[in-house]
Design a protein. Structure first.
Length: 131
């Protein structure tokens, strides 16, 4: 792991799947990633969505920006209609990062918004604006 990327590998029946996630400063760009399937025959599958960030200041390092505390986000999560409808109730992971909302689309420019991501045991992910 470094300042620009985070990665990990998971073993499966055919070999390994390598996951690479892009970072801006020390925060993940949650919808900018590559996944590669690596087998004894080499890389057999590569897919994902990758962004090229423009130069500029991190939204989290701006002195005037205030990140919502996680306690506020957890209250929003508890009241979230889609979470209630899905029955998601066990939180596995909470991350602070960015999301563009432009995953799996072709575009020239996208704005990265600071968010909290909550992953649940049922595989669902919930995103809440961090400001």
């Amino acid at each position: 792991e470094n300042n620009m990327l985070s990665s990990y590998a998971a073993e499966n029946d055919d070999g390994y799947t390598v996951y690479i996630n892009q970072k801006i400063d020390k925060y993940s760009l949650l919808d900018s990633y590559f996944e590669a399937q690596v087998t004894k025959n080499g890389i057999t599958r590569l897919y994902g969505s990758w962004f090229v960030p423009s130069s500029g200041q991190s939204a989290f390092s701006n002195d005037t920006a205030r990140v919502k505390p996680i306690t506020s986000i957890l209250l929003d999560f508890a009241r979230d209609d889609s979470r209630i409808k899905n029955g998601s109730d066990t939180i596995l992971q909470i991350d602070l990062g960015y999301i563009t909302g432009e995953k799996n689309t072709h575009h020239t420019f996208a704005t990265a918004v600071p968010v909290w991501r909550i992953r649940c045991s049922d595989g669902k992910e919930y995103f809440f604006e961090a400001r």
